[in-house]
Unconditional design. Structure first.
Length: 73
């Protein structure tokens, strides 16, 4: 599965959060919070209307899972 979309960073707070305006004008935010076991990364996004929310959540989770693999190398 692949994703083909783009966006513009609207706000970047070092080690805290990133706010993005996706190419289709949906908002997205990623937050980074200190947790007991490391850093908790959370994505918030406006769902699009073409696919079920559950499918979109699975796609964003896949991105987080791949990010986790990358940073843990």
């Amino acid at each position: 599965m692949s994703f083909d979309f783009w966006g513009t960073y609207k706000k970047v707070e070092f080690e805290k959060q990133i706010e993005i305006l996706l190419g289709d004008n949906r908002q997205m935010r990623v937050t980074f919070d200190i947790a007991d076991h490391g850093i908790l990364v959370t994505e918030y996004f406006e769902p699009e209307q073409e696919n079920p929310v559950e499918l979109q959540q699975a796609g964003w989770q896949m991105i987080l899972d791949n990010f986790k693999k990358y940073v843990e190398k």
